[in-house]
Design a protein. Sequence first.
Length: 130
Amino acid sequence: MLRLAIATVVLSAGHGHAAGERIPLPSGLEVAFIEVVGDDPGYGYGYAYQFRFVAADLNPAQDYVTTEADLAHLCLSYALPRVADADPPARSIVISLADREVPFGASDPDAVQFFGAYTPEGSECVWQAF
């Protein structure tokens, strides 16, 4: 897994929110940005950027419609502007939301985690089934 310097440059290019800053979501939940990780998983999918967020108040019983709306909001309002000029270009954006910080690639059976995958198309995030 490669943590790209370009992802850091994209995040600092005047788009706000430093690591740890609280970001309000449509559900009323507040999340904190942790990091962005870039990788080409192969299989012809192209380059993916995973934006990682944490919310200590994340409710595992929250309905999927509400959770998906929050994930889509993070893709559209947070991730998409940050990958607009990324090199390599984003073929996929993954939003991860957890109730605690878990090291990238590690598992924590006690952590509540939600993931949403999207294809950036112009000014939209198109949901991907994965």
